[in-house]
Design a protein around this ligand. Structure first.
Ligand SMILES: Nc1nc2c(c(=O)[nH]1)N[C@H]1C(S)=C(S)[C@@H](COP(=O)(O)OP(=O)(O)OC[C@H]3O[C@@H](n4cnc5c(=O)[nH]c(N)nc54)[C@H](O)[C@@H]3O)O[C@H]1N2
Ligand SMILES: Nc1nc2c(c(=O)[nH]1)N[C@H]1C(S)=C(S)[C@@H](COP(=O)(O)OP(=O)(O)OC[C@H]3O[C@@H](n4cnc5c(=O)[nH]c(N)nc54)[C@H](O)[C@@H]3O)O[C@H]1N2
Ligand code: SF4
Ligand SMILES: [Mo]
Length: 579
């Protein structure tokens, strides 16, 4: 008998998985989004060696000993000297159970994001809430603008819903989607705010705006039009390396059509990331795309929208991207690899040095497990029970335990032990699983999060007066000159730092660097040596280094976006030297 679960990874698709009698994982054919196939990460899930034994200061120990050590250390510490740092290695909602323990204990937790926080802040400022479009709505579009998102790599289960549509891609990298697109704008990185402002301006000049919609839901549109006029068109086009013809071509394709804009994290890895997304959103608002069938602007949705969490205990929280580990005696790291994924790796290493006890709770060996004093192996998603939602669609998927564990401990089991030892109340696992499941309802043949509108914003925006709030000023502080741009996007072979990470920097052959040459990449923050890979997809003024590449974040700054407390992985320009 085969049974159903869902992929635990941090991915738009949250695939539905069927596990057969032999334990083989297959994409669920009956599921409208998964459509019977998985991606390489899950097809080869059991090929990646996991940590089997706990260890303390390099010595193998039993799980009981590991939990005892942790429990004893926590009892000896002042709670305010303990940091709980949880990443998104597993997207299940039960992963939050450790937040409950650590917050109740009095530790510091994190807030903000390494991912989509800037974009989300921008969307919320404009619309009040961030609802994404379901694949069914995207399917009803005639034109899809893929703006800073790489569906073949990061969101492959959306592809069937993009079939037979006119596609416009806006990306500094010639992605596979760009190859197939009707129009590809190979924009200079960080040029999107200017492009969105110019598109908005020409939408108004050409009379493509939806006046009826604007009068009702976005009455300040004329003020926004004035703001778009502050952009000097010739200079701006030159800066972002596009032409007036490119803008004309976009308008030609979208004129009178049902248009969906799919924005990804690529456009918002900058200090002003919130403004960038808000300007892109304004393009959709001027066209009257919100609240209509087959239309809209969709970013990464809020996966927990409409779901109350029972684990939300009040705690001191500090922004993740700039967290200072050195302020703590004990740092507990769960489902994360901060020594690879946090910005400014040099700073992270330095700050971790003075921490007495670094605890790593995860599945795989990585930079962080190597540095940890205490290593506690986790169970895989197949060996424990969880439940998840997604930022790419509205499904709510149960992830029941599929098999007995061959090693590790679950997040619930570990938290339950710690709660018991430190006299903190915790309910049964089943209580929490049922709590989360209670937010589901049967819709369109699957379980979805209840209360989410199939066509969001049909009744207006979620702001105080239902109006969309346009940007009122813009800060074009992007450094568009000198040196090269760092593009750090997702790899087809890894899920951030999980699975296969190769030490490559992708460069255009015409940069003059040779394939296989060792290059030193230098930024204001630090440097890293990587092997050059010729790649004609990349602009000549850019270097592409995938997320998860060893050492990539030596180059990125520990600074927050102006809004959304997000990391900013592409704000630093870089120089290259031959080693
Ligand atoms: N295979 C795989 N899938 C993944 C992940 C993974 O690591 N590997 N990670 C998952 C996670 S955590 C997330 S958040 C999602 C993110 O998935 P996506 O939203 O697709 O994010 P990225 O791949 O970071 O960037 C998307 C595109 O933005 C482009 N880009 C970079 N800078 C700019 C810019 O300034 N302007 C414009 N217009 N485009 C730009 C990049 O070239 C890239 O093609 O993917 C998830 N899925
Ligand atoms: N340069 C650069 N840096 C980036 C990005 C980028 O595009 N470029 N992307 C950013 C983004 S979008 C994100 S989301 C972050 C992601 O950064 P992190 O949240 O740190 O994610 P990963 O690197 O994937 O590390 C996940 C770890 O979780 C562990 N894990 C997996 N499953 C489980 C489980 O069930 N239980 C437990 N306890 N552990 C588990 C694995 O051991 C794995 O090593 O990185 C950010 N960093
Ligand atoms: S596409 Fe995403 S959700 Fe689907 S199996 Fe791969 S990583 Fe998991
Ligand atoms: Mo992410």
């Amino acid at each position: 008998m085969s049974r159903e679960t869902a992929c635990p990874l941090d991915c738009y698709d949250a695939c539905s998985i069927v596990v057969d009698e032999k334990g083989k994982l297959r994409g669920n054919k009956e599921h409208p989004y998964t459509g019977g196939y998985l991606c390489p990460h899950l097809n080869h899930y059991d090929k990646h060696p996991r940590i089997m034994e706990p260890r303390y200061k390099g010595e193998a120990i039993t799980m009981d000993e590991a939990v005892d050590i942790l429990s004893k250390k926590l009892r000896a510490c002042t709670p305010s000297n303990v940091l709980h740092y949880r990443g998104s290695g597993n997207f299940g909602m039960m992963q939050q159970v450790s937040d409950h323990f650590f917050a109740s204990y009095g530790a510091t937790l994190t807030k903000g994001s390494l991912c989509d926080g800037a974009g989300e802040a921008g969307l919320i400022e404009g619309r009040g809430k961030n609802y994404a479009l379901s694949p069914e709505q995207i399917d009803k579009a005639e034109v899809v603008i893929v703006w800073g998102r790489n569906p073949h790599v990061t969101n492959s289960h959306i592809l069937p819903f993009l079939k037979d549509k006119q596609i416009i891609v806006i990306d500094p990298v010639r992605t596979r989607m760009a190859e197939q697109a009707d129009l590809f704008l190979q924009i200079r990185p960080h040029g999107d705010l200017q492009l969105a402002m110019m598109l908005s301006r020409f939408i108004m000049i050409e009379g493509l705006e939806d006046t009826e919609f604007l009068e009702e839901f976005a009455e300040e549109y004329e003020d926004f039009y004035e703001l778009t006029q502050t952009i000097r068109i010739k200079a701006a086009l030159e800066e972002i390396d596009l032409t007036l013809g490119d803008i004309g071509n976009v308008l030609e394709i979208i004129r009178g059509k049902r248009v969906v804009i799919l924005a990804g994290v690529g456009v918002q890895k900058y200090r002003n990331g919130a403004d960038v997304i808000r300007a892109i959103d304004a393009v959709g608002v001027l066209l009257g795309l919100h609240g209509k069938k087959g239309c809209g602007v969709s970013f990464l949705g809020s996966s927990l929208e409409g779901i109350e969490t029972p684990f939300d205990v009040k705690a001191k929280r500090l922004p993740k991207a700039t967290v200072d580990f050195s302020a703590y005696e004990l740092v507990f790291i769960q489902g994360a690899n901060p020594l690879n994924q946090l910005p400014d790796t040099g700073r992270v290493i330095e700050r971790l040095k003075s921490v007495d006890e670094v605890v790593y709770f995860g599945l795989y060996e990585n930079e962080t497990s190597q540095r940890a004093d205490l290593v506690i192996p986790a169970k895989t998603f197949l060996e424990k029970s969880d439940i998840r939602t997604s930022y790419g669609h509205d499904a709510l998927a149960k992830m029941p335990k599929m098999m007995e564990a061959v090693g590790g401990i679950s997040e619930y089991e570990l938290s339950a032990r710690l709660c018991r030892d430190l006299s903190i109340e915790l309910k049964d696992e089943a209580f929490y699983l049922e709590h989360f499941a209670s937010f589901g309802e049967q819709r369109d043949g699957i379980v979805k999060v209840q209360g989410r509108d199939p066509i969001p914003y049909a009744e207006g925006f979620e702001t105080d007066d239902d109006q969309f709030l346009f940007l009122e000023e813009i800060d074009l502080d992007a450094d568009m000159e000198n040196d090269m741009f760092l593009v750090t996007a997702k790899s087809p072979k890894s899920l951030n730092s999980q699975f296969t990470n190769e030490p490559y920097v992708h460069v255009h052959p015409q940069t003059g660097f040779l394939d296989s040459q060792q290059l030193r990449i230098i930024s204001d923050t630090g440097s890293v040596e990587l092997t050059a890979r010729h790649d004609v997809r990349v602009r000549q003024d850019c270097l592409l280094i995938y997320s998860g590449t060893p050492g990539v974040n030596y180059l990125t700054p520990a600074k927050l976006s102006y809004e959304g407390e997000n990391a900013i992985y592409q704000d630093n320009k870089v120089k290259v030297e031959i080693c």
